[in-house]
Design a protein around this ligand. Structure first.
Ligand code: BEZ
Ligand code: FE
Length: 291
């Protein structure tokens, strides 16, 4: 091994990290050395800046629990989560696009009957989400599951409230004609958690820390590519600068105000409510290649 100099150090380290039997890990580690070295060569950090970065990473790690993942939030605000999402969900034209999952999904939500209210006792203006799940040829997908979660009308998720749960989350299924109906409340725009190391960093920028109002969905059916996505409220003040880059044009929908009367699930409401209509389009799952 040659003794190192500033100019040969990257090559020496890459050579050492190429000594890995697993080809994928070898590819990852040699690329990591290449890009981290290039970053350090470009920035030329002072020793004090390097120590600040190590301290920031240490504090970020200490904030992570089973309820909070500050590293994923860092990935979100850098646009890395959406890049990961794009790379792993290259869908055909016409299929409903995916977007970032975010930290507030709770697995195994309760199943609700078609048209049922997943927002009982929650603050907010009633909102009815209806639509269909179809394939790329327009054929209805019966029995598709829609796992839905969102903030309440005060901008809070279940994990941010002192509730036993479930709170503003549920699983709905499409009928034989591919249709579904959900009663919920209108979500509002909200800030990402700003009380941690990511917030500390974002505070030093002019970047907005808000997400436009949205409802989260995981839509899946046997034989189809599972999608993790949102529906965003058209006209929201943060629609063009979502802090996690999650907005895609086909996911922006109208929340139509209705003064009261018959709701899409058959109920009659005296006060105003909102209606959202959306047709999700799933594409067939790729057939796994034989090894
Ligand atoms: C969310 O939509 O729930 C979310 C996504 C990324 C970061 C924070 C929140
Ligand atoms: Fe969200």
């Amino acid at each position: 091994m040659p003794y190192v100099t500033e100019s040969n150090l990257t090559d020496v380290a890459r050579e050492r990290w190429s000594n890995i039997p697993d080809p994928r890990l070898r590819e990852i580690m040699t690329a990591l050395v290449k890009h981290v070295h290039a970053f350090v060569r470009e920035i030329e950090p002072t020793q004090a800046e390097w120590a600040t970065a190590i301290d920031w990473l240490t504090r970020t790690g200490k904030l992570c629990t089973d309820k909070r993942q500050e590293f994923i939030l860092f990935s979100d605000v850098l646009g890395v989560s959406m890049l990961m999402d794009a790379i792993n969900n290259r869908l055909d034209n016409g299929a409903t696009p995916t977007t970032v999952e975010g930290p507030f999904h709770v697995p195994a939500s309760p199943e609700f009957a078609d048209g049922a209210d997943m927002a009982k006792n929650a603050p907010g203006v009633p909102c009815f989400v209806t639509g269909t799940v179809r394939d790329l040829d327009g054929k209805p997908v019966a029995g598709a599951s829609l796992d839905v979660w969102q903030t309440d009308g005060e901008g809070l998720y279940e994990a941010q409230r002192d509730v036993e749960g479930p709170w503003l989350r549920g699983v709905f299924r499409t009928r034989a004609d591919g249709s579904f109906a959900i009663r919920t409340v209108v979500p509002i725009s909200y800030t990402i958690p700003m009380d941690g190391t990511v917030g500390e960093l974002v505070e030093r920028t002019n970047i907005s820390h808000y997400r436009p109002a949205h409802i989260h969905f995981v839509v899946e059916a046997p034989g189809y590519h599972r999608i993790v996505t949102h529906l965003f409220r058209r006209g929201d003040r943060y629609i063009d600068n979502d802090v996690v880059y999650g907005v895609k044009e086909p996911l922006i929908v109208d929340f139509k105000e209705v003064p009261g009367g018959k709701a899409p699930n058959g109920e009659t409401l005296e006060s105003a409510f909102y209606e959202v209509n959306y047709d999700f389009v799933l594409q067939k799952a790729a057939i796994a290649k034989a090894a």
